[in-house]
Design a protein around this ligand. Structure first.
Ligand code: E4P
Length: 224
């Protein structure tokens, strides 16, 4: 069970970096749009400096043809390092690009996955991560739990190395369900993770314990 942050917002990454155990950052063009136009090499280098070398960075390609995708992947890794995971949507062009990029030893995160078939193709193509879109599947009346369980079974039975990186979450319940279905990892907006801890009964429990402690040992005192 692992978490990634689905954001490119530097303030949020800095803030939540010290709070949640997370193993990487994912982004896509819509996430980048929220940050406004900027020097993306500089921006991603900044992200790399915050998250450190142990965590992974997943950057989505924008090109529409496999040839251009391959070029784009080379440019990204030239500037940001071979360790960057290249996110590629699973359509015909994307699969074609993955075939070549895997031969060239790139790390691949297959994305925009809504169906069992798409994910199976990505697993067979050797994708390192597979990103099924939980909330978007639900919006499309596709059973996200069935799709993720299907991938988990396929990976286990076939002995594949691909990890399920569930994505597209709108609430923490969806994240928990994705883990229950066998997702190895979930990429989530860290603000949503933060909100999952801001529950009144958690605050009440913490303040009740504080009151009881202070009633006996005095305000501001700790165990030692
Ligand atoms: C991450 O890899 C995905 O691109 C992202 O989670 C999609 O989220 P959305 O459905 O909120 O756009």
């Amino acid at each position: 069970m692992e978490l990634m942050f689905d954001t490119a917002n530097l303030d949020n990454i800095r803030y939540f970096n010290g709070i949640f155990p997370y193993v990487g950052i994912t982004s896509n063009p819509s996430i980048l749009k929220k940050e406004g136009k900027r020097d993306l090499v500089h921006h991603f280098k900044e992200i790399q400096s915050i998250i450190g070398g142990e965590r992974s960075l997943h950057i989505q390609l924008t090109a529409g043809t496999s040839e251009k995708m391959i070029e784009e992947a080379y440019k990204i890794t030239e500037k940001l390092g071979k360790e960057v995971y290249i996110k590629i949507p699973i359509n015909e062009e994307g699969l074609k690009a993955i075939k070549q990029l895997k031969q060239d030893h790139f790390k691949i995160t297959a994305t925009a996955i809504y169906t069992m078939a798409q994910g199976d193709y990505a697993i067979m193509a050797g994708a390192d991560y597979l990103a099924p879109y939980y909330n978007r599947m639900e919006n499309t009346n596709i059973n996200a739990e069935n799709v993720i369980s299907h991938f988990a079974d396929r990976i286990e039975v076939g002995g594949y190395q691909t990890k399920i990186l569930a994505a597209s979450f709108k609430n923490i319940g969806q994240v928990m369900k994705a883990f229950n279905c066998g997702a190895h990892c979930a990429t989530v907006d860290p603000m949503l993770l933060g909100d999952s801890l801001k529950l009144p009964f958690i605050e009440t429990a913490v303040s009740d314990f504080k009151k009881d402690w202070e009633a006996v040992y005095g305000q501001g005192n700790t165990f030692l």
